[in-house]
Ligand binder design. Structure first.
Ligand SMILES: [Zn+2]
Length: 287
Protein backbone atom coordinates (compact mmCIF):
# COMPACT_ATOMS: atom_id res chain seq x y z
CA UNK A 1 0.00 0.00 0.00
CA UNK A 2 2.78 2.46 0.95
CA UNK A 3 4.65 1.55 -2.21
CA UNK A 4 1.55 2.12 -4.43
CA UNK A 5 1.00 5.59 -2.86
CA UNK A 6 4.60 6.57 -3.49
CA UNK A 7 4.30 5.43 -7.12
CA UNK A 8 1.09 7.44 -7.52
CA UNK A 9 2.73 10.64 -6.21
CA UNK A 10 5.79 10.03 -8.36
CA UNK A 11 3.56 9.64 -11.42
CA UNK A 12 1.67 12.86 -10.57
CA UNK A 13 4.95 14.75 -10.07
CA UNK A 14 6.29 13.56 -13.46
CA UNK A 15 3.00 14.54 -15.09
CA UNK A 16 3.25 18.04 -13.54
CA UNK A 17 6.81 18.49 -14.84
CA UNK A 18 5.76 17.29 -18.28
CA UNK A 19 2.87 19.78 -18.36
CA UNK A 20 5.17 22.64 -17.33
CA UNK A 21 7.67 21.72 -20.04
CA UNK A 22 4.89 21.46 -22.61
CA UNK A 23 3.77 24.97 -21.61
CA UNK A 24 7.20 26.27 -22.65
CA UNK A 25 9.87 28.42 -21.03
CA UNK A 26 7.42 31.22 -20.36
CA UNK A 27 5.47 29.09 -17.95
CA UNK A 28 8.66 27.95 -16.22
CA UNK A 29 9.86 31.51 -16.04
CA UNK A 30 6.79 32.46 -14.05
CA UNK A 31 7.43 29.73 -11.49
CA UNK A 32 7.21 29.75 -8.49
CA UNK A 33 3.96 31.64 -7.84
CA UNK A 34 5.84 34.28 -5.79
CA UNK A 35 7.45 35.51 -9.01
CA UNK A 36 4.03 35.92 -10.60
CA UNK A 37 2.94 38.00 -7.62
CA UNK A 38 6.00 40.24 -8.04
CA UNK A 39 5.31 40.57 -11.74
CA UNK A 40 1.72 41.49 -11.02
CA UNK A 41 2.89 44.19 -8.57
CA UNK A 42 5.06 45.73 -11.27
CA UNK A 43 2.26 45.83 -13.83
CA UNK A 44 1.10 49.46 -14.09
CA UNK A 45 -2.43 50.26 -13.10
CA UNK A 46 -4.41 50.18 -16.38
CA UNK A 47 -6.13 53.53 -15.75
CA UNK A 48 -3.05 55.84 -15.75
CA UNK A 49 -1.54 53.75 -18.53
CA UNK A 50 -4.54 54.41 -20.74
CA UNK A 51 -4.47 58.09 -19.77
CA UNK A 52 -0.80 58.31 -20.75
CA UNK A 53 -1.57 56.72 -24.08
CA UNK A 54 -4.23 59.36 -24.73
CA UNK A 55 -2.13 62.32 -23.55
CA UNK A 56 0.98 61.53 -25.56
CA UNK A 57 0.90 59.16 -28.46
CA UNK A 58 4.19 57.55 -29.40
CA UNK A 59 6.92 60.11 -28.51
CA UNK A 60 8.43 61.62 -31.65
CA UNK A 61 12.01 60.61 -32.42
CA UNK A 62 14.23 63.65 -31.91
CA UNK A 63 15.95 65.06 -34.97
CA UNK A 64 19.46 63.67 -35.31
CA UNK A 65 22.15 65.99 -36.65
CA UNK A 66 25.64 64.79 -37.55
CA UNK A 67 28.20 67.56 -37.06
CA UNK A 68 31.56 67.12 -38.75
CA UNK A 69 34.27 69.58 -37.66
CA UNK A 70 36.52 69.59 -40.71
CA UNK A 71 40.12 68.31 -40.42
CA UNK A 72 41.72 67.62 -37.01
CA UNK A 73 44.88 65.98 -35.68
CA UNK A 74 47.48 65.77 -38.43
CA UNK A 75 45.04 67.45 -40.87
CA UNK A 76 45.34 71.17 -40.12
CA UNK A 77 43.27 72.48 -43.02
CA UNK A 78 43.89 76.11 -43.92
CA UNK A 79 45.99 78.26 -41.61
CA UNK A 80 46.86 81.92 -41.47
CA UNK A 81 50.48 82.15 -42.63
CA UNK A 82 51.61 84.90 -40.28
CA UNK A 83 49.19 84.87 -37.41
CA UNK A 84 50.82 86.65 -34.48
CA UNK A 85 48.40 85.56 -31.79
CA UNK A 86 48.62 82.47 -29.64
CA UNK A 87 47.43 79.85 -30.29
CA UNK A 88 48.00 79.93 -34.05
CA UNK A 89 44.87 80.38 -36.13
CA UNK A 90 44.33 77.00 -37.72
CA UNK A 91 41.21 75.95 -39.54
CA UNK A 92 40.90 72.66 -37.63
CA UNK A 93 40.66 74.54 -34.30
CA UNK A 94 38.19 77.14 -35.57
CA UNK A 95 36.00 74.43 -37.11
CA UNK A 96 35.92 72.47 -33.85
CA UNK A 97 35.04 75.54 -31.77
CA UNK A 98 32.11 76.37 -34.05
CA UNK A 99 31.01 72.71 -34.06
CA UNK A 100 31.00 72.44 -30.26
CA UNK A 101 28.95 75.65 -30.02
CA UNK A 102 26.53 74.25 -32.60
CA UNK A 103 26.21 71.01 -30.66
CA UNK A 104 25.17 72.95 -27.55
CA UNK A 105 22.63 75.01 -29.50
CA UNK A 106 21.01 71.95 -31.11
CA UNK A 107 20.95 69.92 -27.91
CA UNK A 108 19.29 72.85 -26.16
CA UNK A 109 16.54 72.53 -28.77
CA UNK A 110 16.08 68.85 -27.95
CA UNK A 111 17.96 67.52 -30.96
CA UNK A 112 20.24 64.52 -30.80
CA UNK A 113 23.75 65.35 -32.02
CA UNK A 114 26.48 63.02 -33.17
CA UNK A 115 29.97 64.50 -33.58
CA UNK A 116 32.62 63.03 -35.86
CA UNK A 117 35.21 64.39 -33.44
CA UNK A 118 35.19 66.44 -30.22
CA UNK A 119 38.93 66.98 -29.86
CA UNK A 120 41.94 67.84 -32.00
CA UNK A 121 42.28 64.35 -33.40
CA UNK A 122 41.94 62.47 -36.64
CA UNK A 123 38.67 60.53 -36.91
CA UNK A 124 40.15 57.32 -38.32
CA UNK A 125 42.18 56.95 -35.11
CA UNK A 126 43.06 53.31 -35.73
CA UNK A 127 44.54 54.05 -39.15
CA UNK A 128 42.30 51.58 -41.00
CA UNK A 129 41.78 51.28 -44.75
CA UNK A 130 38.11 52.12 -44.34
CA UNK A 131 37.33 52.68 -48.03
CA UNK A 132 39.13 49.49 -49.02
CA UNK A 133 41.30 51.03 -51.72
CA UNK A 134 44.48 49.40 -50.45
CA UNK A 135 46.04 52.50 -48.91
CA UNK A 136 45.49 54.39 -45.67
CA UNK A 137 45.24 58.12 -46.27
CA UNK A 138 42.98 61.10 -45.60
CA UNK A 139 40.20 59.52 -47.66
CA UNK A 140 39.85 56.96 -44.88
CA UNK A 141 39.52 59.78 -42.35
CA UNK A 142 36.70 61.17 -44.50
CA UNK A 143 35.09 57.72 -44.81
CA UNK A 144 35.17 57.45 -41.00
CA UNK A 145 33.17 60.70 -40.79
CA UNK A 146 30.56 59.46 -43.24
CA UNK A 147 30.30 56.12 -41.44
CA UNK A 148 29.59 57.88 -38.13
CA UNK A 149 26.76 59.91 -39.68
CA UNK A 150 25.27 56.87 -41.41
CA UNK A 151 25.46 54.67 -38.32
CA UNK A 152 23.61 57.35 -36.35
CA UNK A 153 20.92 57.51 -39.08
CA UNK A 154 21.33 61.28 -38.95
CA UNK A 155 18.67 63.43 -40.62
CA UNK A 156 21.29 65.88 -41.88
CA UNK A 157 25.06 66.13 -42.03
CA UNK A 158 26.81 69.46 -41.68
CA UNK A 159 30.53 69.56 -42.34
CA UNK A 160 32.05 72.67 -40.79
CA UNK A 161 34.95 74.27 -42.61
CA UNK A 162 36.58 77.62 -43.25
CA UNK A 163 38.34 78.48 -46.44
CA UNK A 164 41.91 79.18 -47.44
CA UNK A 165 43.72 80.61 -50.45
CA UNK A 166 47.32 81.31 -51.38
CA UNK A 167 46.24 84.89 -52.18
CA UNK A 168 45.62 86.44 -48.78
CA UNK A 169 43.38 89.12 -50.25
CA UNK A 170 40.78 86.46 -51.10
CA UNK A 171 37.79 86.47 -48.79
CA UNK A 172 34.24 85.20 -48.97
CA UNK A 173 31.43 83.07 -47.62
CA UNK A 174 30.09 79.97 -49.38
CA UNK A 175 28.27 76.68 -48.91
CA UNK A 176 28.72 73.53 -51.03
CA UNK A 177 26.55 70.52 -51.74
CA UNK A 178 26.37 67.69 -54.30
CA UNK A 179 23.43 67.92 -56.68
CA UNK A 180 24.09 64.39 -57.97
CA UNK A 181 23.61 62.92 -54.48
CA UNK A 182 20.34 60.97 -54.03
CA UNK A 183 19.36 63.68 -51.50
CA UNK A 184 20.80 66.44 -53.70
CA UNK A 185 17.62 68.49 -54.04
CA UNK A 186 17.20 68.60 -50.28
CA UNK A 187 20.91 69.30 -49.81
CA UNK A 188 20.55 72.28 -52.16
CA UNK A 189 17.77 73.70 -50.00
CA UNK A 190 19.84 73.23 -46.83
CA UNK A 191 22.81 74.88 -48.55
CA UNK A 192 20.72 77.89 -49.55
CA UNK A 193 19.30 78.21 -46.04
CA UNK A 194 22.80 78.02 -44.57
CA UNK A 195 24.25 80.57 -46.97
CA UNK A 196 21.45 83.03 -46.16
CA UNK A 197 21.97 82.41 -42.43
CA UNK A 198 25.75 82.97 -42.73
CA UNK A 199 25.19 86.29 -44.51
CA UNK A 200 22.51 87.44 -42.05
CA UNK A 201 24.54 86.59 -38.94
CA UNK A 202 27.76 88.14 -40.29
CA UNK A 203 25.89 91.31 -41.27
CA UNK A 204 24.33 91.26 -37.81
CA UNK A 205 27.75 91.75 -36.23
CA UNK A 206 28.60 94.60 -38.59
CA UNK A 207 30.61 92.73 -41.21
CA UNK A 208 29.85 92.83 -44.94
CA UNK A 209 30.63 89.30 -46.17
CA UNK A 210 31.37 88.55 -49.81
CA UNK A 211 28.52 86.33 -50.98
CA UNK A 212 30.03 83.40 -52.90
CA UNK A 213 26.74 81.53 -52.94
CA UNK A 214 25.37 78.05 -52.28
CA UNK A 215 26.97 75.90 -54.97
CA UNK A 216 26.96 72.46 -56.55
CA UNK A 217 30.40 70.89 -56.11
CA UNK A 218 31.89 70.35 -59.64
CA UNK A 219 33.80 73.71 -59.64
CA UNK A 220 35.81 72.44 -56.65
CA UNK A 221 37.50 69.89 -58.99
CA UNK A 222 37.57 67.22 -56.30
CA UNK A 223 38.77 63.72 -57.30
CA UNK A 224 36.02 62.06 -59.38
CA UNK A 225 34.22 65.39 -59.44
CA UNK A 226 32.58 65.42 -56.02
CA UNK A 227 33.09 66.23 -52.38
CA UNK A 228 33.71 63.13 -50.26
CA UNK A 229 31.61 63.64 -47.13
CA UNK A 230 28.42 64.93 -48.79
CA UNK A 231 28.95 63.48 -52.27
CA UNK A 232 28.15 60.33 -54.22
CA UNK A 233 29.79 56.91 -54.34
CA UNK A 234 33.05 57.02 -56.30
CA UNK A 235 36.18 54.81 -56.35
CA UNK A 236 37.35 56.68 -53.25
CA UNK A 237 33.98 56.69 -51.44
CA UNK A 238 33.02 53.14 -50.47
CA UNK A 239 29.94 54.16 -48.48
CA UNK A 240 28.48 57.58 -49.34
CA UNK A 241 26.49 59.62 -46.85
CA UNK A 242 22.82 58.62 -46.80
CA UNK A 243 21.33 61.97 -45.71
CA UNK A 244 21.31 65.49 -47.17
CA UNK A 245 24.58 67.18 -46.32
CA UNK A 246 26.42 70.45 -46.82
CA UNK A 247 29.93 71.80 -46.41
CA UNK A 248 30.02 75.29 -44.93
CA UNK A 249 32.95 77.59 -45.74
CA UNK A 250 32.00 80.51 -43.54
CA UNK A 251 35.12 82.73 -43.85
CA UNK A 252 38.74 82.64 -45.07
CA UNK A 253 41.30 81.73 -42.42
CA UNK A 254 44.02 83.09 -44.73
CA UNK A 255 42.51 86.59 -45.05
CA UNK A 256 43.71 89.04 -42.39
CA UNK A 257 40.34 90.60 -41.72
CA UNK A 258 38.35 87.35 -41.75
CA UNK A 259 41.01 85.60 -39.64
CA UNK A 260 40.64 88.38 -37.06
CA UNK A 261 36.91 87.67 -37.04
CA UNK A 262 37.35 83.90 -36.68
CA UNK A 263 39.68 84.47 -33.73
CA UNK A 264 36.77 86.00 -31.80
CA UNK A 265 34.58 83.66 -29.79
CA UNK A 266 31.56 85.89 -30.40
CA UNK A 267 31.97 85.54 -34.16
CA UNK A 268 32.34 81.77 -33.93
CA UNK A 269 29.15 81.68 -31.85
CA UNK A 270 27.36 83.70 -34.55
CA UNK A 271 28.47 81.19 -37.16
CA UNK A 272 27.25 78.32 -34.96
CA UNK A 273 23.92 80.14 -34.63
CA UNK A 274 23.77 80.41 -38.42
CA UNK A 275 24.19 76.65 -38.75
CA UNK A 276 21.53 76.18 -36.06
CA UNK A 277 19.05 78.46 -37.81
CA UNK A 278 19.55 76.70 -41.14
CA UNK A 279 19.25 73.18 -39.71
CA UNK A 280 16.16 74.09 -37.68
CA UNK A 281 14.47 75.74 -40.67
CA UNK A 282 15.34 72.77 -42.88
CA UNK A 283 14.04 70.12 -40.50
CA UNK A 284 11.11 71.92 -38.89
CA UNK A 285 9.72 73.71 -41.96
CA UNK A 286 9.82 70.95 -44.57
CA UNK A 287 8.75 71.97 -48.06
ZN1 LIG B 1 38.54 72.72 -44.66
Amino acid sequence: MAERTTRLWLALALLAVAMLRAAGPGALGQWPPLARAQTADLTPDPTPSAADANATSTPARPFVVAIDPGHGGTEVGAAHPSWEGAPPLREKDVNLAIALDLRDLLEARGYQVVMTRTMDTNVNVDGLDLNGDGVVNNDDDLQARVDIANQAHADVLVSIHNNGAADRSVRGTSVWYCADHPQGARARRLAQLLQQAFLAHLRGIGYSPLDQGANDDPPLHKPYGHLFVVGVKTPRVARPSEMPGVVGESLYVTNDREAALLAQEQVRQELAAAYRDAVVAFLEQPQ
